[in-house]
Design a protein around this ligand. Structure first.
Ligand SMILES: NC(=O)c1ccc[n+]([C@@H]2O[C@H](COP(=O)([O-])OP(=O)(O)OC[C@H]3O[C@@H](n4cnc5c(N)ncnc54)[C@H](O)[C@@H]3O)[C@@H](O)[C@H]2O)c1
Length: 247
């Protein structure tokens, strides 16, 4: 179903790359005003170049617990309460479990879990007040299955699903839905780096559809969950994995 996001403001984290940028572009093409947040300074130029008017980029490290409050204060001042939050900022640092250095464990949890929580919490406060909100968190197939060398990543993504469950039930009566999306490998800079070479070819062969996902396929699912039409879907973790976790 084709959605219109005219009159909606969407905050997208990790908007300077991969899924985040593709979601920002997809929603902008359908009428949304986008606020993209990323560590990378290129987010400013990329958001300014999206289709339509009124988009802007904010450069910020979202692992700073103060960042979410600052970001939403700036958004409210510039464009009012946002309607949509997509938490796509994430990292994948791979190590055998016996060798995960504490700083790489902490970095993974800080970005993938804590930053998503801080952003959802700050967004949720505003959305509850407004009586409307759509929050979509990027989890992963790694949230529901174990993957070699993914101890920190799998733990962070399983926790995102747990967080999604809690936020969804606390905010369901307030017009705010909270869902997670769990892709298999997506052909973005992160996906290509984590699944390069022979390992990637083997993984691809194990996916029933025989290929990795494209960012636009994931963006289309996120857009549906972020739309008015998805009001009855909350607390879900929607797999988009070509059947991988069913085999
Ligand atoms: N690509 C895949 O195969 C895949 C599969 C399943 C889930 N995911 C998840 O989807 C999300 C997006 O992944 P992607 O493939 O687009 O990655 P990507 O590397 O292409 O983009 C991630 C973006 O997040 C930003 N970011 C990282 N740390 C940040 C921080 N501290 N503060 C602000 N921004 C920060 C980066 O600068 C980058 O622009 C991630 O949460 C990832 O775990 C990806």
């Amino acid at each position: 179903m084709e959605q219109s996001f005219a009159g909606k403001t969407a905050v997208v984290t990790g908007a300077a790359s991969g899924i985040g940028y593709t979601v920002a572009h997809h929603l902008a093409e359908r009428g949304a005003r986008i606020v993209g947040v990323d560590l990378g300074e290129r987010v400013v130029e990329l958001m300014a170049g999206l289709p339509g008017l009124g988009h802007h980029g904010i450069v910020r490290d979202l692992t700073d617990p103060a960042a979410a409050g600052d970001v939403f204060a700036e958004i409210v001042e510039r464009v009012g309460t946002p309607h949509i939050l997509v938490n796509s900022a994430g990292i994948a640092l791979l190590d055998p479990a016996t060798d995960v250095p504490a700083e790489r464990w902490k970095a993974t949890i800080d970005v993938n879990l804590s930053a998503s929580f801080y952003m959802a919490q700050a967004a949720g406060r505003l959305m509850i007040e407004a009586g409307y909100g759509r929050i979509v968190n990027l989890a992963s197939q790694a949230a529901v299955i174990g993957l070699d060398q993914h101890a920190a990543y799998c733990a962070s993504k399983a926790a995102i699903v747990g967080l999604t469950h809690v936020l969804s039930l606390e905010w369901a009566r307030r017009g705010v839905t909270v869902n997670a999306v769990s892709p298999t490998v997506v052909e973005t800079p992160l996906g290509k780096a984590a699944w390069a070479g022979e390992k990637g070819e083997k993984a691809k062969a194990e996916i029933p559809v025989g290929r990795f996902a494209q960012p636009e396929e994931v963006a289309a699912l996120i857009a549906f969950l972020a739309s008015d039409a998805a009001a009855m879907i909350t607390g879900e973790n929607v797999l988009i994995d070509g059947g991988f976790t069913t085999v």
